[in-house]
Design a binder for this molecule. Structure first.
Ligand SMILES: [Zn+2]
Length: 323
């Protein structure tokens, strides 16, 4: 656990993750009414230790938390919200769409059919891999317990955190309902996984995603580019100092990736075949394979919308080059 004081009353807590992406950044913002927690970490024993260490470093108890705000429903952001709510009694805010997603994805009943299995099979992923992918999803589901009681926050709504007024901005694509939070005062942006340094945010088309996540992500990025952001506080890696510069790199990256994916289709291919050409899949864990295939599908589907590919649906989904 690492705690950094970024500015008076604004603290970053790095929480451990058992993946190649080694940590997630949560933020604590202080004002006279108490502390706001933004994002919470994956629920593991190490995660609990990290939060306890952060509280003792700050000389506070969990009861000092007055609200918990989630940028999106992914397990590394949502996972400890229920645990923190039990300790603090604080409300947990999330967007309406991502509140739905927590139920669809994390609270799937044990006798419901696992949507991941059929989905990846149809996209050409071999059975040996789909089974380990399902194990990963089950592990993640277990790392989101207990589920918090959620309070909805609407797009455009203002919320006070750390003595500043932040406005929620809907930035779909990374998740359907991701919100970033912008405070004009000081130009502070709590940007979730919308804009990251070093890595490009994952944009995947999952079984429960709304249509065209990549197209929606790129549109949302365009909308953010001209905001007067002085510092971006992201969900992973280091702080963002050159906001519009980083956004333009991310937009450029996806345009390049679209060209590479189109070339990898050849005349026709499944998403898994394309992913094997574009990513170093042999070196990937099942967790990473699942991200690579979902990311590939998001790009191939946008190429369909741009008129460059079409889809042929049989037992397998084939992407076919439009001549
Ligand atoms: Zn995420």
């Amino acid at each position: 656990m690492t705690v950094h004081e970024l500015a008076p009353g604004i603290v970053q807590v790095q929480l451990p993750l058992p993946f190649a992406l080694r940590s997630i950044n949560a933020y604590l913002l202080h004002d006279p009414a108490g502390w706001t927690v933004v994002d919470t970490g994956l629920h593991t024993a190490d995660g609990e230790d990290a939060w306890h260490a952060a509280f003792s470093h700050l000389g506070i108890t969990p009861q000092a938390i007055r609200q918990i705000v989630l940028t999106h429903f992914h397990p590394d952001h949502y996972g400890m919200a229920g645990w923190l709510q039990q300790l603090s009694g604080a409300p947990v805010y999330i967007s309406p769409r991502d509140a739905e997603q927590t139920r669809e994805v994390w609270e799937l009943s044990p006798d419901a059919e696992e949507p991941t299995l059929a989905y990846f099979t149809r996209h050409g992923v071999p059975a040996t891999l789909t089974n380990t992918i399902v194990d990963v999803v089950e592990m993640l589901r277990a790392s989101t317990l207990p589920h918090p009681e959620l309070t909805l926050i609407q797009p455009g709504e203002m919320i006070a955190m750390g003595g500043r007024q932040f406005q929620s901005i809907h930035t779909p694509g990374h998740s359907d309902g991701q919100f970033v939070y912008f405070a004009e005062e000081g130009g502070l942006m709590l940007c979730g996984d919308q804009v990251l340094m070093k890595i490009t945010p994952h944009i995947g088309w999952w079984p429960n995603s709304e249509a065209d996540p990549l197209g929606r992500y790129l549109t949302a990025l365009e909308g953010l580019e001209t905001l007067p952001v002085r510092q971006g506080l992201p969900g992973h890696n280091r702080l963002i100092e050159d906001w519009s510069g980083r956004i333009s790199e991310l937009r450029h990256h996806h345009e390049e990736r679209l060209e590479v994916m189109l070339a990898a289709v050849g005349t026709s291919a499944t998403a898994y075949e394309v992913a094997c050409k574009v990513f170093t899949m042999a070196r990937y864990t099942p967790h990473e394979v699942r991200f690579a295939v979902a990311e590939t599908i998001a790009h191939l589907e946008l190429l369909i919308l741009r008129g460059l590919l079409r889809r042929e649906e049989g037992d397998l989904v084939q992407y076919v080059r439009v001549p």
